[in-house]
Design a protein around this ligand. Structure first.
Ligand code: SAH
Ligand code: F3S
Length: 433
């Protein structure tokens, strides 16, 4: 009889892919099938995030809850970045936890489940050539890792300490995954890495040395059956002209791009060790926009980084005003253990809260402006989800969420939709084939 696995995934898209790998490995090597009901599970896993303090604080209260409701004999495991970061301390604080498996040790999951007390958190572990078993949470788009870890040392960020140094996955493994995915009917490929446009800088196998992200994009777009390519996250520093040219001219690459700003102040960017200036960032966005009129740009912004003055914050608002981002993931700076910024002079919390609100309010005006412009336009929508209210949902090439009335037969199709209504975050329309 198969056993049941409940897994909760926090954090970024890399964690989403790690969760797919965990499910795949445990299905093949442990006979587990996923369940959405934690109280009937034989194994409960939290795949954690440690990028900000809040989710870490929540982990122990959540573990306590799971311990109360779990069925007799069920195991509990902690995976992901907080596992890498806290390691054995997790079992010390919550002794009912059976194992801890870090973000760089996913291939050890089956062993850990079978061996109580396992702590696998080596951030130098090289899984770039490990062949994970197959499991995908979507029938329509395939998440594919192209690199592990991150080589940057942004002074606010804990990721290099939880996911280790950057290593690129060999191109033949990536292309093989792409082929397998399209052969099973998927049209969209989502490439994942902390710093995707640095692809090719380090391989564990030197033979792949000539590869760049641009070349990888070109080769993937040649694979028959690939209709859409997305990726996250690129780094603004590595957005050279060659990359922008490929992004703008390759019709298979979707025209929504994440360009993580973090701050609009060149002084703060320097303190963050981001490696670019306000002017470089604006120039890159301008270049992309001038080549593709309907491009959409998303970003990440941190407010109240240590030492951020009102003037620095005005620089951030100025970039937001000039670029008019389509989507902003806003964060109030959260000090992370063992990162350089945690020991710099901190800003009062209320100032951060106020700046965050100012930014959110400004961004809302831009969102409203952008979304209204879609009325009457036609988008190619790739349908992927049937809603209980008879609507079917998909995304346009440039990442707009679109709902239409429709049924199951639209799933997996890319169809023209004329937009009739908008909200701040999504659109409604009618099919116009
Ligand atoms: N490699 C990715 C970043 C991963 S972390 C990139 O360059 O886009 C995701 C986002 O979390 C970051 O872009 C940053 O905006 C935010 N973040 C990271 N550390 C943070 C911290 N200490 N406090 C607040 N936000 C943080
Ligand atoms: Fe973090 Fe900077 Fe890398 S934000 S993940 S250290 S690019």
């Amino acid at each position: 009889m198969s056993k049941k696995l409940f897994i909760e995934t926090l954090g970024c898209q890399m964690n989403t892919r790690d969760t797919e790998h965990i499910i795949a490995e445990l299905s093949v090597h442990g006979n587990y099938t996923p369940t959405l009901n934690s109280s009937e599970a034989d194994l409960i896993i939290i795949n954690t995030c440690s990028v900000r303090e809040k989710p870490v604080a929540k982990l122990f209260s959540e573990l306590g809850q799971f311990n109360k409701i779990k069925k007799d004999g069920a195991k509990i495991g902690v995976c992901g970045c907080t596992a890498s970061h806290l390691g054995g301390e997790i079992i010390k604080r919550a002794p009912y936890v059976d194992f801890v498996v870090g973000a760089r040790n996913v291939s050890k999951i089956s062993y850990a489940v079978e061996n109580k007390g396992t702590i696998e958190i080596d951030i130098n572990n090289d899984e770039t050539s490990y062949e994970f078993s197959e499991y995908r949470s979507s029938n329509f788009k395939a998440n594919i890792n192209i690199s592990l870890g991150c080589d940057k040392q942004c002074t606010f960020c804990i990721v290099p300490a939880t996911r280790g140094d950057e290593i690129s996955i060999p191109p033949e493994i990536i292309l093989n995954e792409v082929r397998k995915s399209v052969n099973s009917g998927m049209k969209e490929i989502f490439l994942l890495g902390q710093n995707v446009n640095n692809y090719g800088k380090h391989f564990s196998n030197k033979e792949s040395d000539k590869w760049t992200f641009t070349k990888l994009l070109q080769e993937i777009s040649k694979v028959e059956g690939v209709e859409r390519i997305r990726f996250t996250s690129p780094h603004p520093l590595h957005m050279d002209d060659e990359f922008i040219e490929e992004f703008t001219s390759n019709p298979k690459i979707c025209k929504l791009i994440h360009v993580p700003l973090q701050s609009g102040s060149t002084k703060i960017l320097k303190d963050m060790k981001r490696g670019y200036t306000k002017e470089w960032f604006l120039n890159r966005c301008e270049k992309i926009k001038s080549k593709i009129p309907n491009v959409r740009i998303s970003t990440d912004i941190i407010v109240a980084f240590p030492g951020e003055t009102e003037k620095d914050f005005l620089d951030t608002l100025d970039v937001v005003e000039q670029v008019k981002f389509d989507q902003i993931f806003n964060f109030k700076y959260s000090p992370r253990p063992n990162t350089p910024a945690a020991t710099m002079e901190q800003i009062e919390s209320e100032i951060g809260t106020r700046r965050l609100q100012t930014l959110i309010d400004l961004h809302k005006t831009h969102q409203d402006e952008h979304m209204k412009k879609n009325i009457g336009t036609v988008h190619k929508v790739y349908f992927e989800d049937l809603k209980p209210n008879g609507e079917i949902m998909g995304f346009s090439d440039n990442g707009l969420q679109v709902f239409v009335k429709g049924s199951e037969e639209l799933l997996g199709k890319i169809i023209n939709v004329e937009i009739t209504h908008n909200s701040r975050t999504s659109l409604k329309g009618i099919i116009i084939e």
